[in-house]
Design a protein around this ligand. Structure first.
Ligand SMILES: NC(=O)c1ccc[n+]([C@@H]2O[C@H](COP(=O)([O-])OP(=O)(O)OC[C@H]3O[C@@H](n4cnc5c(N)ncnc54)[C@H](O)[C@@H]3O)[C@@H](O)[C@H]2O)c1
Ligand SMILES: [Zn+2]
Length: 452
């Protein structure tokens, strides 16, 4: 009561593109009168029975929704059992703030301060026992919906944050192991069965490395593989988790900015083939993503800039100055809406059509972040929008690559050669996928290439 369930529920549902169901309103609609009237005429026991039925109805709907439960709803054993199949987010609020919010309401159980505070204290252990995650704002609810835990210092609590009690194995590249291996080992304690060292960078995303990890792993099907590192580590380890014993749980602990705003979120895992990047993989959503921003303190500036390009991309998509946590939530929401990348998730490709063309023409010597920065310029120009933000934050510089090769690679990436090309652009009301004439797209690409 007074935690802001209705407001935050509605806000997070809008971000997730889901329906919002407020159980209290549902009870009133079903009963045809107010909760206060039900309490007054028939007492609390009758209200709880109606509430139990309304919760069961809301939880049985097939379409995913954000459902706000009244503070006392989890007093029902039946409701608690039903919640086991859903993700439960505990909206934490300090009791005095909650009281200040509800004291003037006409809620039957908020008429007396000391009774209210006693009730709050009594319910707390119940909430603690049921919650999969805690949150205090809409962004937190969205992150919780995707299993993303965001906390400075979370590495030290990794043992508690990996769901379940079963054995775990840790995979990390040699650089990350040297920096954070000891702390991760200490946090995992006796649950940790083995540590698997991977080569740093893109070399990890090779079938030989996957094969080695498949063979080395001693986890059984109940075990969890923890990937500690950048996008290369989480892509490889996530893919191994998706395939080892036909799939085991995994937890991502991203240590790069790319990882924390992009690669660890959304369940895409994979490895490279000689013919191209990410050509083999699986959708396998991690059981949890643990984001500890303090791990970025050791990240070289060069690597940070890679992530900055994706962060600026996300701000453009959202049309708002998101911080890192809100950017992670933005991607989480899009991916939950479209887990298999068949619709809205394509919006995340803003600037990437151009970036992929340039990267291929540079034989992948051009860092992805720099290519994305240039691609964003092209997308903004085609959208007829100002490029100031990208120029200031990312300072993209034209690259000396062969224009013919870049164009051929762009067409290959799009798997088409017709007169029109699909691109993500920004409009008045946000991003959208559209077709543009090939000549226009080619001109935008060529403007990114240094001549001479
Ligand atoms: N699955 C997805 O949705 C998705 C999305 C975006 C990118 N990706 C993939 O992610 C990969 C790129 O990820 P990346 O940029 O994180 O690269 P990375 O994993 O290679 O890490 C970059 C370098 O930083 C080092 N490093 C990592 N954390 C560090 C830390 N805290 N301090 C110091 N050094 C650290 C690593 O050892 C490595 O050398 C690409 O292969 C890309 O395809 C995947
Ligand atoms: Zn990217």
């Amino acid at each position: 009561m007074g935690a802001g369930k209705t407001r935050l529920g509605r806000e997070s549902a809008a971000q997730l593109g889901r329906r919002f169901v407020d159980v209290d309103s549902l009870i009133e609609r079903r009963a045809g009168r107010s909760i206060a009237a039900i309490f007054a005429a028939e007492g609390e026991a009758r209200f709880r029975a109606l509430e139990e039925q309304a919760v069961a109805a809301a939880l049985s709907a097939r379409q995913p929704a954000v459902i706000s439960l009244g503070g006392g709803a989890v007093g029902s054993q039946k409701t608690r059992a039903l919640l086991g199949a859903h993700r439960v987010v505990w909206l934490q609020v300090d009791p005095e703030t909650a009281w200040a919010r509800v004291r003037r309401s006409r809620r039957p159980l908020a008429r007396d301060r000391s009774a209210f505070l006693t009730l709050h204290a009594e319910r707390e252990p119940l909430y603690r026992g049921l919650a999969d995650a805690t949150a205090s704002d809409a962004t937190g609810i969205v992150l919780a919906a995707g299993g993303v835990h965001y906390e400075a210092g979370a590495l030290e609590r990794l043992g508690e944050l990996v769901p379940g009690e079963a054995a775990v194995a840790l995979a990390a590249d040699s650089t990350v192991l040297a920096l954070y291996g000891e702390r991760a080992r200490a946090a995992l304690g006796r649950r940790l069965l083995a540590v698997h060292e991977l080569p740093p960078g893109e070399q990890a995303k090779q079938v030989e490395v996957a094969e080695r990890l498949w063979s080395e792993l001693t986890l059984d099907r109940g075990g969890t593989l923890i990937a500690l590192g950048g996008g290369c580590t989480t892509d490889l380890a996530g893919f191994v988790a998706a395939t080892y014993l036909r799939g085991i749980d995994w937890v991502a602990v991203p240590t790069t900015l790319v990882g924390q705003v992009d690669a660890s979120i959304g369940g895409k895992t994979g490895i490279d083939l000689p013919g191209g990047k990410n050509l083999v993989g699986a959708f396998h959503w991690p059981a949890r993503v643990v984001i500890d921003e303090t791990l970025l303190a050791t990240l070289p500036e060069r690597e940070r800039r890679q992530g900055l390009a994706e962060l600026v991309k996300t701000r453009l998509l959202a049309g708002a100055p998101l911080d890192q946590r809100a950017a992670a939530a933005y991607k989480t929401a899009l991916c939950l809406e479209d887990p298999h990348d068949r619709g809205r998730r394509r919006l995340l490709n803003l600037g990437h059509t151009f970036a992929h063309g340039l990267e291929a023409a540079a034989d992948y010597e051009l860092p992805h972040g720099e290519a994305v920065a240039l691609g964003l310029l092209a997308a903004l120009r085609l959208s007829g929008r100002p490029t100031g933000e990208v120029e200031q934050q990312l300072a993209p510089r034209p690259v000396p690559v062969d224009a013919e090769r870049a164009w051929a690679a762009l067409l290959r990436d799009k798997k088409r050669s017709g007169a029109k090309i699909n691109v993500v652009l920004l409009g008045e009301h946000g991003p959208y996928v559209t077709e543009r004439p090939a000549a226009e797209v080619r001109a935008a690409l060529e403007a990114l290439i240094a001549v001479g």
